[in-house]
Write a protein that binds this ligand. Structure first.
Ligand SMILES: [Zn+2]
Length: 246
C-alpha cells in the first residue's frame, strides 16, 4: 500500500509543469535609448554607447539571445535552450528601438522582444507599422503592451477588449504573426488580470521586479530593469544575482 501511494505521489510530481517562479533565463528590460543621459532618469533611459557596451559584454561572455517562443517552449515543455541564454526586451514602441537598438542587436547577432503600446504606432517619436513589420522580418519578436498603458488591475470587460484583444489583432495584422506575449504596464498585475490574459489565449506575460504568482507563474515572469547608469560589470552582476534594477 505504501509503495502504491509513493508511486502515485511520484507520478503526481512528475506531471507538474517545470517551476517558473524563477526563470533560469535573465530577461532584461530597456525603455528609452538616447544620445545622452543628461536631463533623464537613468531608471528609464540609457545612452546609446552604454547600451552598445552592455550588448558587447553579453556577446563577449558567450550569451545567446532567445525569443519569447523559445522561453515558452522551455518553460512548458522543457525544450533545451542555447548555452547562456538571455532575453532582451524593450517596452513602449519607442522609435529608437528601431533606429538605434535594432542595428546594434544585429551587429552582435542578437534578437529582441519589443512590447508595443499600439496607440503610439506612427506617432512622432514612435515606430510605424512598417518598422514593426520590419523587426519581425529581421527575426525579432513583437508582443502586446496594451493600447494606451493602463493599470491592468482595474479594467472592465470592454476595456480588456480594447487593451488586449484589439491591440493583439492590430499587431498580428501588421506582422502576419501570432502575438501571444504580453507585458504589464508598470509591471502591475493581480490574479484576476492573469486569468483574463489566460482566457484570452495569451501564453506568457512579463512584469518587472514584483513578486510572482504561485498559481499562474507563466503570467508573472520577472524582468530585470536595466538602469542607464550601470557599467557592463554591474549588469552582469545583476543578471547573476537576479537582482532588480536601479
Ligand atoms: Zn510601458
Amino acid at each position: 500500500m505504501t509503495q502504491v501511494l509513493l508511486l502515485l505521489f511520484t507520478l503526481a510530481v512528475m506531471q507538474q509543469r517545470p517551476a517558473v517562479a524563477t526563470p533560469p533565463v535573465p530577461i532584461l528590460c530597456y525603455h528609452n535609448i538616447r544620445a545622452s543621459l543628461e536631463g533623464h532618469r537613468p531608471d528609464y533611459t540609457i545612452d546609446r554607447e552604454r547600451f552598445r557596451q552592455h550588448l558587447q559584454s553579453l556577446y563577449d561572455r558567450g550569451y545567446h539571445t532567445i525569443t519569447a517562443h523559445q522561453l515558452y517552449q522551455h518553460l512548458t515543455h522543457g525544450t533545451v535552450l542555447p548555452e547562456k541564454p538571455v532575453m532582451i526586451t524593450f517596452d513602449d514602441n519607442r522609435l529608437e528601438h528601431f533606429t538605434v537598438a535594432a542595428p546594434i542587436l544585429r551587429q552582435f547577432g542578437f534578437t529582441g522582444v519589443f512590447f508595443i503600446m499600439t496607440v503610439t504606432i506612427g506617432k512622432p517619436g514612435y515606430m510605424t507599422a512598417a518598422q514593426i513589420k520590419q523587426l519581425v522580418g529581421d527575426g525579432h519578436t513583437i508582443g502586446v503592451h496594451t493600447w494606451n498603458h493602463p493599470d491592468m488591475r482595474h479594467l472592465t470587460q470592454e476595456q480588456w477588449r480594447v487593451q488586449v484583444d484589439l491591440p493583439r489583432q492590430t499587431l498580428e495584422r501588421i506582422t502576419g504573426q501570432p502575438a501571444p506575449y504580453f507585458a504589464f504596464p508598470y509591471g502591475a498585475w493581480n490574479e484576476a488580470a492573469l486569468l483574463q490574459l489566460k482566457s484570452r489565449g495569451m501564453k506568457l506575460a512579463f512584469q518587472l521586479n514584483g513578486k510572482t504568482s504561485s498559481i499562474n507563474a507563466l503570467y508573472t515572469i520577472r524582468r530585470l530593469e536595466v538602469a542607464g547608469n550601470w557599467q557592463p560589470a554591474r549588469l552582469l552582476q545583476a543578471m547573476r544575482s537576479g537582482q532588480s534594477g536601479s
